[in-house]
Design a protein around this ligand. Sequence first.
Ligand code: NAP
Length: 272
Amino acid sequence: MKFDIVSRGDHRSNNIKSTMTQYLTDFDLEYSEEEPDLVISVGGDGTFLEAFHRYVHRLNETAFIGIHTGHLGFYADWMLEEVERLIIEIAKTPYQVIEYPILEVTIRSKTGKEEDRFLALNEATIKTAEGSVVFDVDIKGEHFETFRGDGLCISTPSGSTAYNKALGGAILHPSLEAIQLTEMASINNRVFRTIGSPMILPKHHTCLLKPIVDRSFLIAIDHFTQTYTNVKSIQCRVAKEKIRFARFRPFPFWNRVRDSFVTEGDRTKMDN
Ligand code: NAP
């Protein structure tokens, strides 16, 4: 089996990376940055996002696993003290693969010539530095509302615990094939009216945002933000691709939610 390790780049994460590389190659696994079957991210959930985007072109052939060198993470759910166990698991145990949905974003320009397609693990956000964004929101080909406000966040179920949560969105179990739209400070008065609550769309419902007022948009795909002008539409839907997590032990999603946001859990109980 071929593996790569993506480190956050700090001293501690780099040390874990070199120790793991040494042990795993001793166990006859092959280090490969070109065609890894398994990508191990070492750092935090942010590092995991980087690892995902580094190998986004070969999601069908790659499984991911994350080690956190700080607090418990959502993607990085193996802790430092578990690294030894993880090395042995990777070397000795065939892992189970769990697939979760991701988001497809297609940005089309008014010239009709350019089209950018992205995959997001957490979310896409659309904002502007020039006042508020104004766009028509179509759902499944029908006009739904005209949104005016700071912006919109379209998240995956896995990303529902990230930016989406800070915007008052619901936490979705990552096995649900859906995307969630959350508003950022919508303007609601006698002129402008939006639904005002998060909406969850199933996988066969596409959401199309069509700018009414021409702006330079700041479009973020997970941790990368780019500026777009002359935008005709931004299309969001559940992607046909999925992320594949390598699973070596059960760690139920709701336990991770509880341990991250509600109470410090006793991790030893969860392995039973
Ligand atoms: P960052 O601003 O340095 O950190 C964002 C925080 O979000 C980090 O604590 C990160 O965890 C955590 N995070 C990332 N994915 C998560 C997930 N699926 N569930 C729960 N927490 C998660 O940015 P970054 O590390 O490059 O990550 C980019 C992400 O930041 C974006 O995808 C967006 O979701 C999030 N973000 C959140 C807000 C907000 O909550 N107001 C605003 C902007 C962006 P680690 O510490 O483990 O890396």
